[in-house]
Design a protein around this ligand. Structure first.
Ligand code: SMO
Length: 767
């Protein structure tokens, strides 16, 4: 079918976006609305002695200035922590309150301290500047290692030694013993750099209050209206979730950062109730740098054991991670439940253990960023495998192939307890290497001169990733065929730019045999008629949302089939459904689905899907680079990806996902790093003048293809593709650069591989 699943159907939402008629939160206006601005902490760590709001309150057009005292007086609670774990050594992790407004103490630069509401955005901003804060500065700690060091300034009384969590997976002693018994042990220490999320549309929130119904509406850019509602309400307002409707219109990027609740979302609701007026807040880019949750930020040391043949015997990892200056909803998820289980990657490693210490630090709160822990795991294993190959004098592809879990061993349970259901890793790797002309690289290595006439240093690298997605859970969908022939599909996953409308339209058009132009996809409203919704995280939208839609279209067809049997006066079993119509085979008697819907006054089908096990997208990234030794500038010459996504719904959109993921992964690996001054905690990279995002001319054209092995744990065979590109890219890129620099004796280098860092390493190596 022309518009069916598997076809490169063009994005149905793009006309709206490219003609400027998308409807984002800031495009929506409400009668009587007023404007909020946040007073943010000007220091990273300090005692907050007083907040003087008197000048601001007296300013023209100012309606209110709220502080932590006002919130406390009204019984407003703190934001929820979703991931709560036990310390490995026993005992629940401490849970210092993630307050909406600071009280008593400041713990990160940009932490909200007061909330100003005025009749214009300008008046609100000016009044915010007039709020006087009396702060005694404290020394800041901006790295987990310094935060955990003896005598470091303490952030929270509840967390002695700044230890948010000490957590282990596997038996560290067993891993140490297995390493001791190994033929060889390869060691690696690396930093996974802290990065901002940089969604194109900054965060925002509009709060509405209905005094009569004592109910709220929150309009906000999010990765799922249902998840924000469920996080927001009980803890913060002490009200049942039914008292809050959350609406999320078009969203310009989320990447994990918009999956969590924020103080401002609660504050607009609070202010809307106090003032009985719609209250709107729109983050500036500068605020986004300071107060959006950030990603990655950990340091690991790892040991990989090998036997005499090069087979892996054990992997032991020790990680220090940062939670930032407030515990965000999934703040400790990435370095614990998400990353470490994936530590062995695609390799058979009999013993694997990880020890993680998460520290409170005077930085923005830490949370999920595209991949959320899995990129960290993939980066570590793929770097240490490359290092092992170099130390053994073995080709990196051969060492990988030797240790990869073979398809005949599927399903395979890793020592970390993860059950891989399917995959043919060696075949995917071989396909990628062939496409990248890996075999022809030695001849290319010696080609080409830099601008000064020096020889360019060329290198090639592999990053093989696997991620666990399709996290078990429920997702709902509903399909409504109106009597007039219009079809509405309700889903609970939220597109933040991925193009969900297109894929859901494709799936529906194929299942119902109807024209895609008839179908409208609705999302982002907790009032939708769907039984459950988990939102868009962890590459789950097609895995879960696709499953739910399949159930919903199935129910519509079942109802229609019964109606068709009555109408055609045949037994239902005699009917066939084909090309949008029920037919009695061998006759010309038939009725179209849409005609039937008109006759019965409309049809509705609902699906409530439960994904029971993980899915495991995986693939090989092969990156080829040329480093100019005079400048340290790295040019990516070729970039090849072959993925196993189980089943492809739309190859055009899929490529888009991979392209964007590579750009974000290369961004982290080549350019991006949040820099806080180590003493003051001031941010030195607080704008795009100082923080390098990748641009189109930093990247080559990509070769992207799939070699799919059906997923056995999802009824559609889908593995999920949202995060994959960002997971495979960093190790492929860094391994390529180290390959280029290894003739100079450079075998370790931490991200981001900026020209200055590369140039300095080259100069040092030259002596
Ligand atoms: S980083 Mo994601 O939204 O699981």
């Amino acid at each position: 079918m022309k518009f069916g699943v598997g076809q490169p159907f063009r994005r149905v939402e793009d006309l709206r976006f490219i003609t400027g008629t998308g409807r984002f939160t800031d495009d929506l206006h409400y009668a009587g609305e007023v404007f909020a601005a946040v007073v943010r902490a000007p220091v990273a760590h300090g005692v907050l002695n007083a907040v003087d709001t008197s000048t601001a309150r007296a300013m023209e057009d100012v309606l209110a200035v709220y502080t932590a005292e006002d919130l406390a007086a009204d019984g407003i609670g703190a934001l929820p922590v979703v991931i709560v774990l036990d310390h490995a050594t026993g005992g629940r992790m401490p849970l210092p309150a993630h307050t909406l407004l600071a009280s008593g103490k400041i713990r990160y630069l940009g932490e909200p301290v007061a909330f100003v509401v005025a009749t214009s955005a300008r008046a609100a901003m000016e009044a915010a500047e007039a709020v006087a804060l009396e702060i005694d500065d404290l020394p800041a700690v901006v790295e987990p290692a310094t935060a955990l060091a003896e005598g470091a300034p303490l952030l929270f009384e509840e967390a002695p030694g700044n230890l948010a969590l000490h957590w282990q997976l596997g038996d560290m002693d067993k891993a140490e013993a297995a390493l001791a018994a190994s033929h060889r042990v390869v060691e690696l220490a690396l930093v996974n750099n802290r990065i901002v999320v940089a969604s194109m549309e900054p965060r925002n929130a509009i709060g509405l209050y209905d005094a009569e119904g004592e109910s709220f509406t929150l309009v906000t850019g999010s990765q799922g209206s249902h998840m924000i509602r469920d996080f927001m309400f009980e803890g913060v307002f002490g009200l049942p979730a039914t008292k809050l409707r959350v609406i999320t219109p078009d969203v310009g990027g989320g990447f994990g950062m918009k999956a969590v609740p924020y103080p401002e979302q609660a504050l607009v609701l609070y202010a809307a109730r106090k003032l009985e007026r719609p209250v709107r807040w729109q983050s500036s880019r500068a605020e986004a740098f300071l107060s959006d949750t950030q990603g990655r930020d950990n340091q690991s040391t790892a040991k990989l054991g090998l036997d005499a043949q090069g087979r892996f015997t054990a992997l032991k990892v020790e990680t220090l991670a940062s939670a930032g200056g407030a515990l965000s909803a999934f703040g400790v998820y990435c370095p614990t439940l998400s990353g470490p289980p994936m530590a062995p990657g695609v390799y058979a490693i009999p013993v694997v253990a990880t020890d993680v210490r998460v520290a409170y630090t005077n930085n923005a709160p830490m949370d999920a960023y595209r991949g959320a822990g899995r990129p960290e795991a993939a980066y570590l294993i793929e770097r240490i495998v490359d290092k092992a190959a170099r130390e053994l004098g073995m080709a990196p592809d051969a060492l990988r192939t030797l240790n990869m879990i073979p398809p005949e061993a599927m399903p395979h349970k890793t020592d970390t307890g993860v059950a891989y259901d399917s995959g043919d890793f060696a075949h995917v790797l071989r396909t990628a290497l062939d496409t990248a002309d890996w075999a022809g690289f030695p001849a290319r290595r010696d080609q080409g001169l830099g601008p000064s006439g020096d020889r360019l240093l060329r290198g090639i690298g592999i990053g093989y990733y696997i991620e666990r997605t399709g996290v078990p859970g429920k997702e709902g969908a509903a399909v409504e065929i109106a009597a007039d022939g219009r079809v509405t599909v309700h889903v609970g996953t939220q597109s933040t730019g991925q193009g969900h409308e297109t894929t859901y339209v494709q799936m529906t058009a194929e299942a119902l045999g109807i024209d895609p132009a008839r179908i409208t996809v609705k999302t982002g409203d907790t009032n939708q008629p769907i039984p459950s919704a988990g939102g868009t995280v962890a590459s789950r939208s097609m895995v879960h949302g696709g499953g739910a839609l399949k159930l919903a279209t199935g129910e519509v067809l079942a109802k229609a089939s019964a109606a068709a049997a009555t109408f055609l006066e045949v037994n239902e079993r005699e009917l066939e459904f084909d090309d949008g119509a029920f037919r009695v085979p061998g006759t010309n008697r038939h009725v179209g689905l849409l005609d039937l819907a008109a006759k019965v006054g409309g049809l509705m089908g609902v699906g409530d899907f439960e994904q029971l096990a993980g899915t495991f997208p995986n693939g090989a990234h092969v990156c080829e680079v040329a480093v100019d030794p005079d400048t340290g500038i790295i040019r990516i010459e070729r970039y090849t990806v072959v993925d196993d996504f189980g089943r492809t719904l739309n190859p055009l959109l899929l490529s888009g996902q991979i392209h964007g993921g590579i750009a974000q992964g290369i961004g982290q690996a080549m350019l991006e790093r949040v820099v806080y001054d180590p003493d003051s905690g001031q941010m030195l990279s607080g704008s795009f003048m100082d923080y390098g995002l990748p641009r189109a001319d930093d990247l080559p054209f990509f070769s992207v293809a799939t070699q799919n092995t059906p997923c056995t744990t999802n009824p559609l065979g889908i593995k999920g593709a949202g995060e994959a590109g960002a997971i495979g890219a960093p190790p492929a890129f860094v391994n390529a650069v180290i390959d280029a620099l290894s003739p100079l004796g450079i075998t370790e280098l931490d991200m981001p591989l900026t020209p200055s860092r590369v140039w300095e390493a080259i100069e040092r190596a030259k002596g």
